[in-house]
Design a protein around this ligand. Sequence first.
Ligand SMILES: Cc1cc2nc3c(=O)[nH]c(=O)nc-3n(C[C@H](O)[C@H](O)[C@H](O)COP(=O)(O)OP(=O)(O)OC[C@H]3O[C@@H](n4cnc5c(N)ncnc54)[C@H](O)[C@@H]3O)c2cc1C
Length: 347
Amino acid sequence: MSVSPIVRSVDLSALNTLGLTCQAGHVADLTHLSQLPVMSALAQRLGLAVVLGEGSNVVLPSSLNRLVVRVQLKGIELIEQRPDAWIIDVAAGENWHDFVTTAISQGWDGLENLALIPGTVGAAPVQNIGAYGVELDSRVESVTAWNIPEARLVTFAREQCGFKYRDSMFKRAGLGQWLIVGVRFCLPRPWQPVLGYPDLLRHPDLAGIAPEAIRAQQIFDAVCDIRRTKLPDPAVLGNAGSFFKNPVVSASEFHALKLRFADVVSYPQAGGSFKLAAGWLIEQCGWKGKRQGNVGVHERQALVLVNDGHATASELLELASAIKNSVSEQFGVELEIEPVVVSDTSL
Ligand SMILES: Cc1cc2nc3c(=O)[nH]c(=O)nc-3n(C[C@H](O)[C@H](O)[C@H](O)COP(=O)(O)OP(=O)(O)OC[C@H]3O[C@@H](n4cnc5c(N)ncnc54)[C@H](O)[C@@H]3O)c2cc1C
């Protein structure tokens, strides 16, 4: 039975991990697929501000009068146990880390490197989440999404999702177009550990063990351990993880930069380009640990901007802009903000 979504006014300050102050006038929870047509009608009437998961990758303005849809669809189902893969359907509102934990406990290995990333399953394809050598797209079979203006469901095979580094066609389409309702995962069998990331190789629980003797649970535990020590907990200090993407530059740009800055931190990419460590660039500009009013740069992670308690989006974006300018002046490299900046104006 379908229950019409209730539209109410909600203080979203505790529902975004940056903890930015945000009063929203029209918030509706999506708990059942049958509510989708009503959501489209509401979006048309009120204008859509944002489809919200757990708010761990958004910069929200102080007030929002357009519609905010909170995706609360639930369900995890093993569809098929093929000789070459586990096929699993997961609803968009499931918590990402809880799903990874369930998968590992069921023996559906392959997502362990992505443990402890905050947020929902539905948001994961939007920026093609990645960590410790694994990106989501390598584990996705298809994504099912509701086209909000056209009011219809579409299933996209992985190749149609336009996945790139921290990007997908869902992100590029903008905030008013797609509402992801579920993701079908394809976890390859036999399972192969992904251990290339230096922090993982050095972790005491994994160092010195032959790859064939390592289990997915051990990688999951090591990833959780590393993340807990490296990243600030949003429950304690408001943040959205990495605030900037690692910029990718051409081989010629990289070599020119290397001549001027011999210790520039970089990762060679397929095709000859180089990914630069944005955190290193920011740190070199002297931003690490700096405070500006209610916002600042984390003292151990220059890539993480933090809210000391009462910040607004404008304060945070001013700091981000000052950081971008210094990196551009010093290195000639343009940084791009990773979280989605939400505004209350027309989409
Ligand atoms: C401490 C910390 C560490 C992090 N570490 C990582 C990391 O290692 N790797 C990484 O990739 N990211 C990381 N992130 C970013 C974040 O966890 C991911 O981007 C996550 O997928 C966001 O999920 P969410 O549900 O909170 O999305 P939200 O913040 O609510 O939304 C993010 C974007 O996705 C859209 N969206 C959300 N749900 C849906 C849906 N169902 N349909 C359509 N669009 C939707 C929103 O409109 C918005 O554009 C980190 C964040 C924090 C706070």
